[in-house]
Ligand binder design. Structure first.
Ligand code: KIV
Ligand code: NA
Length: 275
């Protein structure tokens, strides 16, 4: 099993870190057998597999439900689970209880938290309690209603400097890695250079220590619009729709099932069957 010590060595060796989301048993199995370094049980599951408009409705119970399924499918892969909306912002005891449940019930190696500021002391406390924290900066989808939409972050110098400062702060407060979402590639590369923890980018260019994408985007499954930063590697929407419409036609025109897909009773029993 990968550890964050090994992840740091990968950064030092300039060995790119590959992270992919997974939300259930079959996708976790496929991710593990394809050789991804880290699986992220992202709260993007709210949008991708539960059909919500944003990640805001996702609960701690949702994350545990999906995290457990992923763990069953990928027992040997480093697994990060997102702490969902508002599960680490109320009292410290509530935050610690949520983190305890997610760690113990899913078997995650670390938990991911969005933002800096008030979240920094939380990162510290979790780390002290033995919960490794992955930070998430840049476009932080749980704050979509504060950010005013899903858009590229850190585009002007002031915003870029603020983001750099946040990145340094999450490292200082114990984060073992940083997910950096939707920033100009020049800023992605600079943050990668300034930090000693691995920076895993999504829409942050080629200069980060690793890349993360959403499973359903990578294979175009269930999603009908891909963000600019996604490269599509398969068209599951197309192949699944073909398969399913052929199945529908086959049943409608009675070309399925045939004897090939049927069970037979012994010839001599048939007369008694009709009694
Ligand atoms: O929830 C998620 O899938 C994420 C990635 C996009 C980084 O947080
Ligand atoms: Na997320």
């Amino acid at each position: 099993m990968l550890t964050h010590t090994k992840l740091k060595k990968m950064k030092e060796a300039k060995d790119p870190i590959v992270m992919l989301t997974a939300y259930d048993y079959p996708t976790a199995k496929l991710a593990e057998s394809s050789g991804v370094d880290m699986i992220l049980v992202g709260d993007s599951l709210g949008m991708v597999v539960l059909g919500y408009e944003s990640t805001i409705p996702v609960t701690v119970d949702d994350m545990i439900h999906h995290g457990k399924a992923v763990r069953r499918g990928a027992k040997e892969t480093y697994m990060v689970v997102d702490m969902p909306f508002m599960s680490y912002h109320a009292s410290l005891s509530e935050t610690m209880e949520n983190a305890r449940r997610i760690m113990q019930e899913t078997g995650a190696q670390s938990l991911k938290l969005e933002g800096a500021g008030d979240v920094l002391p939380v990162m510290n406390k979790l780390t002290m309690a033995g919960v490794p924290v992955v930070a998430h900066l840049g476009l932080t989808p749980q704050s979509v209603n504060v950010l005013g939409g899903y858009r590229v972050q850190g585009k002007d110098i002031e915003a870029a400097e603020a983001l750099m400062e946040d990145a340094k702060q999450v490292e200082k407060n114990g984060a073992i890695a940083l997910v950096l979402e939707c920033v100009p590639k020049q800023l992605g590369a600079l943050i990668q250079e300034e930090l000693s923890i691995p920076v895993i980018g999504i829409g942050a260019g080629e200069g980060t220590d690793g890349q993360v994408l959403v499973f359903h985007d990578v294979v175009e499954f269930g999603v009908d619009r891909l963000p600019k930063f996604v490269k599509s590697y398969a068209d599951l929407n197309g192949s699944i729709t073909n398969a399913l419409s052929t199945y529908v036609q086959d049943v409608k025109n009675k070309s399925f099932p045939t004897n090939d897909h049927s069970f037979q009773m012994k010839e001599e029993l048939i007369p008694s069957l009709y009694g």
